[in-house]
Design a protein around this ligand. Structure first.
Ligand code: 6PG
Length: 467
């Protein structure tokens, strides 16, 4: 593909239409189509003055056939079967020199498989993670690209133009081959889940333990957004908690059923973590919390049977802020550990500093910490562990006491804080040279003759259990 590829986009849902307007706004001509033609017509109206650069088509096939070559077609359709079908159709319609770009939240294993399939047909395939929700897609998302360097060269000017900028630098880059971009996006979402969960656990403690109302808590989040916790998720939490429901006049958050949805990226992060022999416990806790939240009836029954009550908590605002900062550092650290494990497994040579840089603006987990994280990856980092980088080790040392106070108060008061607690246990585990798995090894040997490694000695040893 060359810089001259003609652009097409298929799938004009919320994200697809926002990204299309962004592309048009940046001066690129664009062909579009959607599964239902009415949506395409509505989009053309919505495009207003930008429609001068827009060509609409009745179907994906019509679009592919009538576009001049070389063609680069962006798919903005739901992950799974819709993407698979669109790719199959395009494989028959496109020709060597053309490119298919999957810009959805796709499981990177699918991307790896599809790259082999599509490139086997002489076409180019790009798996592209796009973060930032609708607003980001419209005004500048963070973009994580996987594919060949040649494929990247062909779309780079357009991707750089439409992406978010941090200090004028595009928050978009080529991160590696085939599934690398989609995997980095998946881990981004895993961190997003953990951060959201830790924020909501903090809110829960402040609300049900300290007796603060949502607007008061929202004001605290708004204030925290001016300091080290500055981030998109803290910012929107401040706004959400201060919002008033139009119907009841009460806090907007109070009319929302406490059952969290999830489309799969958090779960995929965990599945891959386990496959890689890793664990990202704060992300696991966040996925678990969403799953448990969906069992509303069980929780209602549980409150009646087990008598769940939440006790009063008395902590300073600063404790919550520090605890959240410590836990956030740990969630990022766990995400980067997964990226490192996958990079090794799949030979991606991921550039962690660069990934942190392209997450500094546009994406959902953008936060003030990411600039420091990229600096940490470029500096001294013992064993490649973010929590050991001097700047982060220092921050953890000053904020961990608060995380302990929050988790301890939660435990005593009966407030569930699975993500905060698991973040704390993670860092406590890695802050200790000797743990307790000596006993696990002994037990394994006792019941299964599995053998253990003697300190300073040989492996395959057996204990005196049966003497
Ligand atoms: C982003 C978001 C985006 C989407 C999530 C929501 O980076 O822009 O992560 O991709 O909002 O997929 O995921 P859940 O529905 O699983 O919460």
């Amino acid at each position: 593909m060359t810089d001259m590829a003609h652009l097409g986009l298929y799938g004009l849902g919320t994200m697809g239409s926002a990204l299309s307007l962004n592309i048009l706004d940046n001066g690129f001509a664009l062909h579009v189509a959607n599964r239902t033609a009415e949506v395409t017509a509505d989009f053309a109206k919505e495009a207003g003055a930008l429609a001068t650069r827009l060509t609409t088509h009745a179907s994906l096939a019509d679009m592919a056939k009538s576009m001049p070559r070389p063609r680069a077609i962006i798919l903005m359709v739901p992950a799974g079967r819709p993407v698979e079908e669109a790719i199959d159709d395009l494989c028959d319609l496109l020709e060597p020199g053309d490119t298919i770009i999957d810009a959805g939240n796709t499981d990177f294993h699918d991307t790896r498989r599809r790259t082999a399939k599509v490139e086997g047909r002489g076409l180019t395939f790009i798996g592209m993670g796009v973060s930032g929700g609708e607003e980001g897609a419209r005004n500048g998302p963070s973009i994580m690209v996987g594919g060949t360097p040649e494929a990247w060269a062909g779309i780079r000017p357009m991707i750089h133009a439409i992406s978010a900028k941090f200090n004028g630098e595009p928050c978009a880059d080529h991160l590696g081959p085939d599934g690398a971009g989609h995997f980095v996006k998946t881990v981004h979402n895993g961190i997003e889940y953990a951060d959201m969960q830790m924020i909501s656990e903090t809110y829960g403690m402040m609300r049900y333990g300290q007796g603060m109302d949502p607007a008061m808590i929202g004001a605290r989040f708004e204030a925290w957004d001016q300091g080290v916790l500055k981030s998109y998720l803290v910012e929107i939490t401040g706004k959400v908690l201060q919002a008033v429901d139009r119907e009841t006049g009460g806090p907007a958050v109070d009319v929302i059923l406490d059952r969290a949805g999830q489309k799969g990226t958090g779960r995929w992060t965990l599945i891959e973590a386990l496959r890689l022999g890793q664990s990202a416990s704060s992300i696991e806790a966040a996925v678990a919390a969403r799953s448990w939240s969906s069992e509303k009836d069980t929780r209602v029954a549980g409150e009646a049977i087990l008598g769940g009550t939440r006790g009063a908590v008395s902590l300073d605002d600063q404790d919550y802020a520090d605890a959240l900062l410590a836990a956030r550092i740990i969630a990022y650290a766990q995400g980067f550990r997964l990226l490192a494990a996958a990079s090794e497994e799949y030979n991606w040579s991921l550039d962690f500093a660069r990934i942190a840089e392209i997450w500094r603006a546009g994406c959902i987990i953008r936060s003030a910490l990411l600039d420091d994280i990229s600096a940490a990856f470029r500096g001294e980092m013992p064993l490649g562990q973010l929590i050991f980088a001097p700047a982060f080790a220092d921050r953890l040392k000053t904020t961990l006491p608060a995380l302990r106070r929050v988790v301890a108060a939660a435990a005593l008061g009966g407030h569930p804080v699975p993500a905060l607690a698991s973040a704390l246990s993670f860092v406590d585990t890695f802050a200790m040279a000797r743990g307790t798995t000596d006993l696990i090894q002994a037990q394994r040997d006792f019941f299964g003759m599995h053998g253990f490694e003697r300190i300073g000695g040989a492996s395959g040893q057996h204990g005196p259990w049966w003497d």
